[in-house]
Write a protein that binds this ligand. Structure first.
Ligand SMILES: *Cc1c(COP(=O)(O)O)cnc(C)c1O
Length: 792
């Protein structure tokens, strides 16, 4: 940091309070202090940011195209990465100000749904920290993922106006706006740049998000002739495109608007990349891919492929085959899920309305691809499976486009990549074995340990003698030598208790529920999906409650079960599960007769900043998806890094977590992928229902009037999903195994030090799950880009 010191930080804050708000330190509100401090820091990094841009100019750059960036808050993370958190805290203390309150006033940038968007955010942090030329391109939604509230146990959605206190960390770059053309409208994409500060590095990377605006603010002629609403209509139509993030985690919806968003993202970003390339290198040739590589985060930005061809052919006057060759060396695709409903398919008709030229180009790509397949001897049936355009219904299959043109296809955990290769995309794997790769997801240790758990971070630093682990997470394995040191384990337990007390306080303030920090915190937080099986967890807890009522002396530790999850507003069953879990919580928390032995809290509005409070406080990380369904999971890694054993199925990255930290330090249960394959054709949930009275008792509460569902038949529908629609996610089949494994947790939790050791060993073995490792693998194995240190 070139010029930062106590004096100029203080004077910076005072200056910005004055020019932005006409305030002084003694009258400033928290959000004003937040903005003033942020602007002070931004001012101090701006030269390094410019220098980083310069440094990256003559080298190969990677671009991460993603419809979602779930960034969360910026201030605390930036303070950590700049290495000045403690200094700022000191300055605030001296001034009688509360830094924590200022951090808490910041709204999350919730421009993503869940894991996929949060992964993009972690990758940005790792890219800057590893000093690699990685730029993020996305959309600056005016409204992020909805805010969640509960009413009578049901989820209500409210608009998320994350910009209400301003967005001091982004800079609007009007001068680099680009025009994006649809068949029926032409709009302006305005970039907002956010600095991504590398941890204790002079490299500052860029996240560039596009806001959609009309070409002119309003049509003066219409306005002048008093056609006010017509004049505003044009503006609204443009503004709408980047107005709101789709809260849909898998399926597709709001078709036309969503397609416009996708096209806006890729068209604006590619024009930006091409402009910069031409400034450096002149006319575009096949050399382009020696300097640019684009990672497509899922299928949402796959329109980038035909759009790049369109620009190269129509605007840059290249031959089609040259343009296609450039694409084949420039694009790589990440697959995030095997859930069928998530694979994007669009009616060609929509493409024809919005961007007919793109459809034309897709058809040409497809016919070239099909003739290749023919020359390789594939038959018509096989060819239709590969075809980018479905012959029967005319739909465009985005994954097929990405795999056929892209030079690399990666899954996000070992099991997931194996499933892609061996079943889901097996035909593609046989066609292009060389394209398939695995890149197990990761999380940034800056946000997910150094920032969110300063107590544990400081202890680790004390034990290891330095902070190198923050940049080189494998160093955590050196902690193993303390795993039998009782003094270390006691201190470790004490830190966990501190984090649990902090969470309990926050939950009391935000949810109005008191929980006991000395109880076992069993936490399941993630988007709400049937495959993630929050339902199984709820049914289990209800069963535990019934057993406790029958036998008040049941030998279990005091437990607090915590849920956090948003349900897609149009996903009825997900919302019913929210309601069911809230009803259970109500029943249990209000029953005096169990003496608070178990409590259930469904925290509202689960988000990145909430996750930062939950993960450090967990005793158990619940990761209980149906085996084969969770591609990777990253929540599991956050909990592990903060020392919670995984209670989970052998699914996604859970498998790798257990491989690293040992089966004996985790609680693995349930059907495995193979078991499910074998069971699938003969599975009958009624067998389990009839043979297990405990299970029958809890499932019956859905239809026997125990809980009321506003007469919407929501609970009847949940009952049907289990009993009359074949229980697709094997909830009944895994119930007993889950229960038996919970008993093992209760038993193991009794021995404090043995428990602490399990938790501690999870921390020691979490090194592999740093997104630094993941990004280094992308650099070496897909992008072929190098570290490029800013030394200016
Ligand atoms: C990490 C994270 C996720 C992903 O959680 P999974 O358990 O991997 O599904 C979702 N939402 C938020 C806010 C997160 O921080």
């Amino acid at each position: 940091m070139n010029t930062l010191n106590k004096e100029n930080i203080k004077s910076g804050i005072i200056k910005y309070l004055k020019i932005k708000y006409r305030r002084t330190l003694d009258t400033a509100k928290d959000f004003e202090l937040f903005n003033a401090l942020s602007l002070t820091l931004l001012e101090h990094i701006i030269d390094e940011w410019d220098n980083t841009d310069e440094t990256y100019k003559n080298t190969k750059n990677a671009y991460y195209f993603s419809a979602e960036f779930l960034m969360g808050r910026a201030l605390g993370n930036n303070l950590i990465n700049l290495g000045i958190y403690d200094d700022i805290k000191e300055i605030f203390d001296e001034l009688g100000l509360n830094l924590n309150a200022v951090e808490e006033i910041e709204e999350d940038a919730g421009l993503g749904n869940g894991g996929l968007g949060r992964l993009a955010a972690c990758f940005m942090d790792s890219g800057a920290t590893l000093e690699v030329p990685l730029t993020g391109y996305g959309i600056r939604y005016s409204n992020g993922l909805f805010k969640q509230e509960f009413k009578d146990g049901y989820q209500n959605e409210k608009a998320d106006s994350w910009l209400k206190y301003g967005d001091p960390w982004s800079i609007r770059r009007d001068d680099e706006s680009t025009i994006v053309e649809f068949a029926d409208m032409t709009v302006k994409a305005v970039p907002y740049d956010t600095p991504i500060i590398g941890y204790k590095s002079k490299n500052i990377n860029t996240l560039r998000l596009w806001k959609c605006e009309p070409l002119e603010e309003f049509n003066f002629d219409l306005y002048n002739s008093q056609q006010y609403s017509e004049a505003l209509d044009l503006k609204n139509r443009a503004d709408n495109i980047s107005r709101v993030l789709y809260p849909n985690d898998t399926g597709r919806s709001g078709k036309i608007l969503r397609l416009r968003q996708q096209y806006l993202l890729v068209s604006a970003s590619l024009k930006d990349i091409i402009r910069k390339y031409k400034e450096q290198h002149g006319a575009i040739t096949e050399e382009f891919s020696n300097f640019n590589v684009i990672q497509l985060n899922d299928t949402h930005p796959v329109l980038g492929i035909p759009e790049l061809i369109r620009i190269l052919v129509d605007e840059e006057k290249l031959e089609f085959d040259v343009a296609l060759n450039i694409c084949k060396k420039t694009f790589a695709y990440t697959n995030h899920t095997i859930l069928a409903e998530a694979l994007e398919k669009w009616d060609a008709e929509l493409f024809r309305c919005l961007f007919p030229r793109i459809l034309e180009i897709i058809n040409i790509i497809n016919s070239i691809f099909i003739s290749e397949l023919k020359s390789k001897g594939y038959n018509d049936h096989q060819i239709n499976e590969f075809s980018i355009v479905n012959n029967f219904n005319g739909q465009v299959r985005m994954a097929n486009l990405a795999i056929s043109v892209g030079f690399a296809v990666n899954g996000v955990a070992k099991l997931h990549t194996d499933i892609l290769k061996n079943s889901e995309l097996n035909n593609w794997y046989k066609l292009y074995p060389e394209k398939f790769q695995n890149k197990t997801n990761g999380i940034t240790p800056r946000r997910w340990l150094r920032l969110c758990n300063k107590e544990l971070s400081n202890f680790i630093t004390e034990l290891l003698g330095n902070e190198d682990w923050v940049k080189d997470l494998n160093k955590l394995s050196e902690l193993k030598k303390f795993a039998d040191n009782n003094e270390v384990l006691e201190k470790f337990l004490q830190i966990k208790l501190t984090k649990k007390k902090q969470l309990a306080q926050f939950i009391k303030e935000n949810e109005g529920i008191e929980i006991d920090p000395n109880s076992l915190f069993d936490i399941q937080v993630k988007r709400l999906h049937e495959y993630k099986r929050q339902f199984l967890n709820s049914l289990y807890i209800l069963d535990l409650y019934f057993r406790l009522k029958e036998n008040p002396n049941l030998d279990i530790p005091k437990c607090t079960f915590i849920f956090g999850a948003k349900a897609f507003p149009g996903y009825r069953r997900a919302k019913s599960i929210v309601k069911f879990t809230n009803d259970i919580a109500n029943l249990i928390n209000n029953d005096q007769s169990i003496n608070g032995k178990i409590k259930v809290v469904f925290v509202k509005n689960y988000s990145v900043s909430y996750a930062e409070k939950l993960c450090p406080a967990a005793d158990i990380s619940k990761q209980i998806s149906t085996a084969g369904k969770e591609a990777s999971g990253t929540g599991n890694m956050k909990f592990m890094l903060n020392g919670a054993p995984t209670f989970g199925t052998l699914d996604g990255a859970n498998i790798e977590i257990v491989n690293e930290s040992g089966e004996e330090n985790n609680f693995i249960f349930g059907l495995k992928v193979n078991d499910i394959e074998n069971l699938r054709h003969c599975y009958n949930p009624w067998d389990y229902f009839n043979n297990n009275p405990d299970l029958r008792r809890v499932i019956n509460t859905l239809v026997d009037g125990t809980f009321k569902d506003n007469l919407n038949n929501d609970y009847r529908d949940l009952f049907n999903s289990l009993m009359n629609e074949g229980d697709q996610y094997f909830v009944l089949a895994d119930f007993r195994s889950l229960k038996d494994t919970e008993d093992k947790v209760f038993e193991a939790y009794k021995d404090r030090l043995a428990w602490a050791k399990k938790c501690f060993l999870n921390v020691c073995n979490a090194g592999n799950f740093s997104s630094d490792r993941t990004i280094q693998q992308y650099c070496n194995e897909i992008w072929h880009i190098n570290k490029c240190k800013n030394t200016k």
